[in-house]
Design a binder for this molecule. Structure first.
Ligand SMILES: [Zn+2]
Ligand SMILES: [Zn+2]
Length: 346
């Protein structure tokens, strides 16, 4: 089968013929219909800021497809089933897994990071990684729900515990933030403020349902947010950028008693405000990492029911041969893509 393999940062992926892995005991082989290009892929392949334990490896971790073959002992799935792939194979044995917090498993194998990924005609993985994909949900949307959308859902709904009527500021209106805005609206948020430095991102934020947008390029986002909220600030700020400046402004944009959820990842060191305002205002700072299976299932259900419209989230579907061009455009944001999805089958 054909697959896009990563050898080293800043080098193009190589489209190569590789051996498809037959499904072992408890495994399922999935013919990949769609696999999204994620920021993590760009950190790996273009920036080199995430190092992989071994190379070459097939990248790609947000995928959907059709069951092609099942290994022995698999009863729940059969050839032809439409599926979304849950990309993390947790160990099930460590203390995090035993506490039900699989996202914190240190031994987890992640598709396209430390096990062969889905920018390939097929991928083989444990049956427990599959989630049913209803016929109402297209493969490209079925691919991006497991990551771009579910990560935002966890940050806003679970870690952020957004309640109806609350005000929320979303810092970073790229693939995660735009979905964060849509989900905040769906969850009944009052004011929804989209914050970004790029004009295209702010336009998309407004289209996604932001009641206000704030151009953060002047470095005064918090001040502008206070101006929009009768000087009070917001109940919840969610940060999807992963930079010190953005986290700092997000913290400053909170009202007394407000909560900040940081979902952006990076190497920056961030500071708390002076304790008299942090403690005096009883602020909360939380991190949000990834998503769990139930969160993906919830998002799929909402899309299938028509409650959550993701039809504009996939900006391009490209063949495997165009993957390097897709990575380049996802990185430079040329044409303002939300998600570019690869269709490995051609
Ligand atoms: Zn990802
Ligand atoms: Zn574990």
């Amino acid at each position: 089968m054909r697959a896009a393999r990563f050898y080293a940062p800043k080098e193009p992926l190589r489209i190569e013929e590789v051996e498809a892995q037959p499904p072992g005991d408890g495994d399922v082989q999935v013919a990949v219909e769609a696999c999204g290009i994620c920021g993590t892929d760009l950190h790996v392949a273009i920036e080199g800021t995430i190092q992989l334990p071994r190379t070459p490896i097939v990248l790609g971790h947000e995928a959907a497809g059709v069951v092609a073959a099942v290994g022995s002992g698999v009863t729940r799935w059969k050839a032809g089933n439409r599926v979304t792939i849950f990309p993390n194979v947790a160990c099930g044995r460590c203390s995090a897994c035993r506490r039900g917090r699989e996202v914190l498993c240190l031994q987890a194998q992640v598709l396209g990071i430390n096990r062969e990924g889905a920018f390939a005609e097929s991928v083989t993985l444990p049956a427990s990684c599959l989630l049913p994909l209803p016929a109402e949900v297209s493969f490209p949307v079925g691919a991006i729900v497991a990551d771009a959308v579910s990560t935002a859902y966890r940050a806003i709904a679970h870690r952020g515990a957004l309640r109806a009527g609350e005000s929320v500021a979303v810092f970073g209106c790229g693939g995660l933030g735009v979905h964060g805005i849509k989900l905040a609206k769906l969850l009944g948020a009052g004011e929804i403020i989209g914050v970004d430095v790029a004009r295209g991102a702010l336009r998309r934020a407004a289209e996604a349902g932001a009641t206000h947008v704030v151009d953060a390029s002047g470095g005064d986002a918090a001040k502008q947010i206070r101006g929009l909220t009768a000087s009070e600030g917001v109940d919840l700020a969610v940060e999807f950028v992963g930079l010190k400046a953005s986290v700092t402004e997000a913290m400053r944009s909170l009202r007394r008693g407000g909560r900040l959820v940081i979902a952006g990842v990076g190497g920056d060191r961030v500071e708390l405000p002076p304790l008299r305002s942090f403690v005096g205002g009883e602020l909360a700072v939380l991190a949000s990492m990834g998503f769990d299976r139930e969160e993906v299932e919830t998002v799929i259900r909402w899309v299938a029911e028509g409650t959550l419209d993701l039809s504009s989230s996939v900006t391009d579907v490209i063949p495997l041969d165009a993957i390097n061009e897709g990575f380049r455009r996802a990185f430079t944001k040329e044409g303002d893509p939300i998600r570019i999805v690869v269709r490995p089958g051609g």
